[in-house]
Design a protein around this ligand. Structure first.
Ligand code: BGC
Length: 734
């Protein structure tokens, strides 16, 4: 048991990463040897000079004061007669600047706890635990911080190691690895070495990634290599990273003599470009490569269309997912945030679950969310919470209800609901108790209580001058999400066979109070929420009014984080699929394709991150890698391509395929790997009508031209009339 071991550490190593060392010998032939280990920080373990495992930035990011994961590695094949185990520990999320506002986490000493269990072929077992017999010394990593980067001094001679101190730290927080392993993934070679107008040497990797750069150099002791990161170049083509704000995101490397290569090990960077700030010799393309690092999830969703710009948009959303799924779902991977913002995750979760099997990734994070949920039921705006004050906003706190239900619908595991039902209920109860008015979630305009701070329709374009929050009133959004979260809680409870009468009553009352209090819709987002959360008796009129607003606005949206994810659904589910497609095809600002046309390789935080004239929206809040608006992809999977799980038969036990074509696309080809097999849906606009090719391994309700066909497993070709051609509307089984 790892809990039998002692926490050992170095009280104040400052910025330098300590290296813990244990020498041990084996007695006779071994059958198996396992290492179980974790650290306050992030660790890299080596046995006899070789890296153990491929988990980058282990033990990952959790709500550290309650949960700290440990990992177990099979080291059988690495063991020799006489062994040196070395464990270098960086600050990680735990002790970097990003958690400075939580001193109870951030100021913990750098420490490790570990256990090696050796089983010999003769049946004997030997256990080596971290204790006073281990030693420690300064490593060559002389600075590291998640936001600021890393400095490595290869010229340093190894120090003599000293004895460690045994430290009294909590062992009850230790839990086995729950999340996905974080691994090195794609390798990207630089596309170009740019010499900017200012004369800077800048590598362009052609794609924004999260990870780091590895380089090889032949140098002399004391030579220095230094680089900085950027997402975009400025209007003039110069290096620009003011939008990283206080995050330095640098690498400094002091060389030893001879040929050597290096990649950072205790930090990560969000970048497409690096500027070589110092380099002792000629900078050559072939000596650099970028490595993407993210949680190792299985890719499950694929979308291709006849429109290359849309394909690029979907690629960008996919990359924003990879880049922001490094153990926790983050807002962005580059500036001085990189936090598990709950609203962003809530918005993107559905897309995430189509693109990848995100079950394990999210379940671990929901574990941290439950650990961070306050006693009064409020859910913080970031998980883990590294802010001084743990705040709750509507649409952010609803994340627990939205994601738990989403995971159940996609993957059909009741255990997900069992684990989260109580937290979902407590979130609903929190809103009930926090409200000024019964059956709504209303609060005084001017009081951002300690646990409440609404972000509104964050970054919507109808925001009053100087505000980030959009024009849709907080009370409207909060009450709409109160209804939605209560509805999801009821569905979850019913799926588990619980008596939900109390909440069914509550839900009815919320809906009727909402309809009484909010019966006029002004902003696009008000229309959208009323439609998709079923909060209006007059859907036809509301949908028409929304479509008219969009048309009057030149087929353009105005929505922010709250309205955008549901915008296309509000239209297509209410007879305006053509307007939904108008928005999808729109290329002028603001639109999804505007950023594609302006060179985006990931999804931007702002619709106008780069303006028409090439200038930037601002330096202050302007990330080019925020996945929130990438949520448009789930509409493409589930409406355009039409592949949906049937909520009553969760986990794709039964599927619904209801594609909604548009003749401005020649074809779309969507496939989703479910736990029941791969479902494919393709439609092609042909002269005699629309041809639908559908392949499904499960019982499926196929809905084409509003006609429903219940079909058993198999392959089908349908012709639907849609508006391409009048005529054939038959279907046939192939
Ligand atoms: C983050 C967002 C987040 C927001 C809360 C920002 O700084 O980057 O994505 O949801 O704050 O309003």
């Amino acid at each position: 048991m790892i809990k039998d071991a002692y926490w050992i550490g170095m009280a104040d190593g400052g910025d330098i990463c300590p290296e813990f060392i244990k020498h041990f010998k084996v007695k006779t032939t071994i059958r198996e040897a396992m290492l179980t280990i974790t650290a306050i920080g992030v660790y890299e373990a080596q046995l006899n000079g070789k890296r153990i495992g491929d988990f980058i930035l282990a033990p990952g990011c959790t709500a550290y004061n309650k949960r700290l994961q440990y990992q177990t590695y099979d080291i059988t094949d690495m063991i020799t007669d006489s062994n040196i185990l070395s464990v270098t520990v960086g600050k990680g999320w735990h002790r970097s600047r990003m958690s400075e506002n939580r001193p109870e986490i951030n100021t913990k000493p750098c420490a490790i706890i570990a256990e090696i269990v050796i089983e010999y072929v003769n049946g004997e077992t030997e256990i080596i635990l971290t204790d006073k017999s281990w030693t420690v010394r300064n490593s060559r990593v002389i600075f590291n911080d998640i936001w600021d980067g890393e400095t490595y001094d290869a010229s340093l001679e190894p120090e003599v190691s000293k004895t460690v101190s045994v430290i009294d730290l909590d062992k009850n927080i230790l839990i086995p690895q729950e999340g996905e392993t974080v691994r090195e993934q794609e390798i990207l070679y630089p596309k170009e070495l740019i010499i900017t107008p200012k004369g800077e040497k800048v590598f362009d990797f052609g794609q924004e990634i999260t990870g780091y750069v590895e380089f090889t150099i032949d140098a002399q002791k004391g030579d220095i290599v230094e680089w900085s990161c950027a997402e975009v170049l400025d209007k003039e083509g110069n290096f620009y990273n003011d939008n990283y704000r206080s995050a330095k995101s640098k690498l400094s490397y002091i060389c030893r003599d001879g040929a050597q290569s290096y990649k950072p090990r205790f930090t990560f960077y969000g970048f497409r470009y690096i500027r070589i700030d110092k380099y002792p010799s000629e900078v050559k393309l072939e000596d650099f490569r970028a490595i993407a690092v993210y949680s190792d999830m299985e890719r499950t969703g694929f979308v291709r269309t006849s429109n290359e710009k849309l394909n690029k948009l979907f690629q960008n959303a996919l990359w924003s997912q990879r880049d922001n799924f490094l153990d926790i779902p983050t807002d962005c991977p580059q500036r001085d945030e990189r936090m598990g913002w709950t609203g962003d995750a809530q918005v993107f979760a559905k897309t995430a679950c189509y693109n990848y099997n995100a079950k394990k990734f999210f379940e671990k994070w929901l574990g941290d969310l439950r650990a961070e949920q306050r006693e009064n039921g409020s859910v913080p705006d970031t998980v883990p919470n590294f802010w001084k004050i743990m705040r709750s906003s509507s649409a952010w706190g609803d994340v627990i209800n939205v994601i738990a239900w989403q995971l159940y619908v996609m993957y059909g595991d009741k255990k997900t609901l069992e684990a989260n039902l109580d937290a979902m209920r407590r979130w609903v109860d929190f809103m009930t108790n926090d409200s000024l008015d019964k059956y709504l979630w209303t609060c005084p305009d001017d009081s951002d209580k300690k646990w409440r701070k609404h972000y509104g329709d964050w970054l919507a374009l109808d925001a009053p001058e100087g505000s980030y929050r959009g024009s849709t009133p907080d009370n409207f959004i909060a009450s709409a999400f109160y209804a939605y979260s209560t509805e999801l809680l009821i569905k979850a409870g019913n799926a588990l066979g619980k008596d939900m009468t109390e909440y069914e009553e509550l839900y009815k009352n919320i809906v009727s109070a909402f309809k009484k209090s909010f019966n006029k819709f002004t902003t696009q987002t008000e229309h959208i929420l009323a439609l998709v959360f079923n909060l209006t008796d007059n859907k036809a009129e509301t949908a028409k009014s929304l479509a008219d607003m969009i048309k009057a606005n030149g087929n353009k949206l105005q929505t922010g984080f709250v309205g955008t994810p549901y915008l296309l659904y509000a239209l297509s589910e209410n007879g305006y699929a053509d307007v939904a497609y108008d928005l999808l095809f729109q290329e002028e600002y603001p639109s999804w394709l505007y950023e594609v046309n302006h060179g985006a390789t990931t999804i931007w935080e702002h619709w106008d991150g780069i303006k028409e004239d090439g200038s930037f929206w601002s330096d202050d809040m302007n990330s080019y890698n925020h996945y929130a608006y990438g949520s448009v992809m789930d509409w493409v999977y589930s409406v355009a391509g039409g592949i949906k799980p049937d909520e009553n038969y969760a986990g794709f036990e039964q599927a619904v395929i209801a594609p909604v074509p548009d003749k401005r696309l020649e074809w779309i080809d969507v496939s989703v790997k479910t736990r029941r097999g791969i479902i494919k849906s393709k439609w092609t606009c042909e002269s005699k009508g629309i041809r639908y090719d559908i392949e499904t391994p499960v019982k499926t309700r196929i809905i084409i031209d509003r006609k429903q066909y219940d079909v058993e497993k198999g392959c089908y070709v349908f012709y639907g009339k849609n508006d391409v051609d009048k005529g054939v509307n038959d279907y046939a089984r192939e």
